[in-house]
Design a protein around this ligand. Structure first.
Ligand code: NDP
Length: 338
C-alpha cells in the first residue's frame, strides 16, 4: 500500500524521513544555516542518467517510426563560427545520429544576409525529410533573431521558441505545443525528484527565478500546468531570499554563479538549477591556462544541506536539454506521420 502523501505545504516532512535528523525550518532570508540540519542529505537528481533513459526511449520510438517508412529528420543551422555554438551544434548532430535520425547541418558564413537565412529556413520548412529545424542562437548582430525564429514552421520548431508554440503553452495546450527543451527537461527532473520524495506537485508553491522566453517563462507555464502555485522572480523582485524561502520548488535560471544562497532554501524544497556558469578554478590546466569549472545559479554545497532534492551542475539540467531536443524532433515526426 502506498504511504499517504504528506502535506504539500510541508514537503520537508517527507524529506526529513530521508535525513538522519529532521531539518530545522529556519527563517526565510536568514543567512545562517541551522546546526540541526543534517549534512549532505538532499536527494541528488541525476540528469545524466535520466537523459540517457530519455534518449533510449526516443531511439526505440524512432525505430518504430522508421519501420513505418518515416525517419525523423533534424536540421541544425549555424551562422558564423562562435566556438561554443559549434560545440553545441556538434553535440546535437551526434545525439540525432545516435537516435537513428536523419541529421543535417547547414553552416553559413557569419556575413550571411537575413534574406538568405530565411530562404534556407523556408526550404527546410518545405523539405519532407526534415521534421525539426533548429537555428542555433545567438545569431550575428545584423540578423533579427525573432524574424528568423518566426519563419520556422511551428510544426518543425523543435526549440519551441515560435510564438505559436509559446501561445499554445500559455493557454495550457502543452500536448499540442513543442515545448522549449530546457524547461521540458527540467520538468522531467522535477517529476523524478517528487517521486523520490513521495510528493505530489499539485498545489506546491513554486518559484522560478528568471523570466527569459527560453527558460523562465515556459518553466512557469509548465509548473502552472501541473497545478503548482507559481511565482516568477526577476532582477526587480523585492526581498528575493524571502520569496525563495517560501518555495517548495525553486527553479533557478538567472545566469549568475551561485547567486541563490543555501540559507534561502526552505528545508526539504526541490531545487532545479538551470544555470550554467563558468568560473575560475584552481591551478593551471594541461594547456598551461588557468583552470575553470562550471557552477550553477545555486550555491550547491550549502543548498544541498537544506533541500529535499537538488540537481547538480554539471550533470543536472544540462544533459536534459539535448535529450529533449531529440524528443521534440521525434514528436514532430510522429505528428507529421499521422
Ligand atoms: P537570461 O539572461 O535571458 O535571463 C536571466 C533572468 O534572470 C532574467 O529574467 C533576469 O531578470 C534574471 N535575473 C538577473 N539577475 C537577477 C537577480 N540579481 N535577481 C533575480 N533575477 C535576476 O538567461 P537565460 O534564461 O537564457 O539563462 C539562465 C541561465 O540558464 C544561464 O546560466 C544559462 O547559461 C542557463 N541555461 C542553461 C541551459 C541548459 O541547457 N541547462 C539552457 C539555457 C540556459 P530581468 O528579466 O529582470 O533582467
Amino acid at each position: 500500500m502506498e504511504r499517504p502523501a504528506p502535506s504539500v505545504q510541508q514537503p520537508w516532512r517527507r524529506a526529513s524521513r530521508l535525513r538522519k535528523q529532521p531539518p530545522n525550518a529556519g527563517a526565510a532570508g536568514s543567512h545562517e544555516r541551522s546546526p540541526t540540519v543534517a549534512q549532505g542529505e538532499a536527494h541528488l537528481i541525476d540528469g545524466k542518467a535520466v537523459s540517457a533513459r530519455v534518449l533510449e526511449e526516443v531511439a526505440a520510438a524512432a525505430r518504430d517510426l522508421v519501420a513505418r517508412g518515416v525517419r525523423p529528420g533534424l536540421a541544425v543551422v549555424l551562422v558564423g563560427e562562435d566556438p561554443a555554438s559549434q560545440v553545441y551544434v556538434g553535440a546535437k548532430g551526434r545525439a540525432a545520429e545516435s537516435c537513428g535520425f536523419h541529421s543535417v547541418q547547414h553552416t553559413l558564413d557569419a556575413a550571411t544576409s537575413q534574406s538568405d537565412l530565411t530562404a534556407l529556413v523556408e526550404k527546410l520548412n518545405a523539405d519532407p525529410a526534415i521534421h525539426g529545424i533548429l537555428v542555433q542562437l545567438p545569431l550575428p548582430a545584423h540578423i533579427d533573431s525573432s524574424l528568423v525564429l518566426e519563419t520556422i514552421s511551428p510544426a518543425k520548431d523543435v526549440d519551441g521558441f515560435h510564438p505559436v508554440n509559446a501561445g499554445l503553452l500559455a493557454i495550457g495546450e502543452t500536448g499540442r505545443a513543442l515545448v522549449p527543451c530546457t524547461p521540458a527537461g527540467s520538468m522531467i527532473l522535477l517529476h523524478e525528484a517528487a517521486k523520490a520524495l513521495g510528493l505530489k506537485l499539485s498545489g506546491m508553491d513554486a518559484v522560478v527565478v528568471g523570466r527569459s522566453n527560453i527558460v523562465g517563462k515556459p518553466m512557469a507555464q509548465l509548473l502552472l500546468a501541473e497545478s503548482c502555485t507559481v511565482t516568477i522572480a526577476h532582477s526587480r523582485t523585492r526581498d528575493l531570499p524571502a520569496v525563495v524561502g517560501r518555495a517548495d520548488i525553486v527553479v533557478a535560471a538567472v545566469g549568475r554563479p551561485e547567486m541563490i544562497e543555501g540559507a534561502w532554501i526552505k528545508p526539504g524544497a526541490i531545487v532545479i538549477d538551470v544555470g550554467i556558469n563558468r568560473v575560475p578554478g584552481e591551478g593551471l590546466g594541461k594547456n598551461g591556462k588557468p583552470k575553470t569549472r562550471l557552477v550553477g545559479d545555486v550555491a550547491f554545497e550549502a543548498a544541498r544541506q537544506r533541500a529535499g532534492a537538488i540537481t547538480p551542475v554539471p550533470g543536472g539540467v544540462g544533459p536534459m536539454t539535448i535529450a529533449m531536443l531529440m524528443k521534440n524532433t521525434l514528436t514532430a515526426a510522429q505528428r507529421m506521420a499521422r
